[in-house]
Ligand binder design. Structure first.
Ligand SMILES: [Zn+2]
Length: 115
């Protein structure tokens, strides 16, 4: 893809294709560093431009980290000596009451993918 070369909006120089762009987004007061993005870079002033694919990728990642408008608050209870969080009925129903979950940590967030 060479149509990626555009004129730099900052200084007017033609940019060169780049495959090592690092983008830092701040979401919910947290810095997310996204590396190996593609696009083009100005050889004169260093300004970087993401291509459509990378812009989409950034948007997708940022969306994942942003808190949704509807957040269910749950108290962590203890059951059989373990700390347990109940799945809100609305979420359980929306996901089709699946029976298994994979749970992992993302920073200080607990992420559960049900299947
Ligand atoms: Zn420039």
């Amino acid at each position: 893809m060479s149509e990626i070369e555009i004129r730099c909006a900052a200084c007017g120089t033609w940019t060169k294709e780049a495959k090592d762009i690092t983008f830092i987004a701040t979401v919910e007061a947290r810095e997310i560093v996204i590396t190996r993005l593609t696009g083009s870079r100005c050889q004169t002033c260093g300004e970087e431009y993401l291509d459509a694919e990378s812009s989409e990728k950034v948007e997708e990642i940022v969306k994942k980290f942003r808190k949704p408008a509807v957040v269910f608050k749950r108290k962590i209870t203890i059951s059989g000596g373990r700390r347990v969080i109940g799945i809100p009925e609305e979420i359980d129903r929306a996901l089709g009451k699946k029976e298994n979950a994979e749970i992992w940590l993302e920073g200080d967030k607990i992420v559960a993918e049900v299947y």
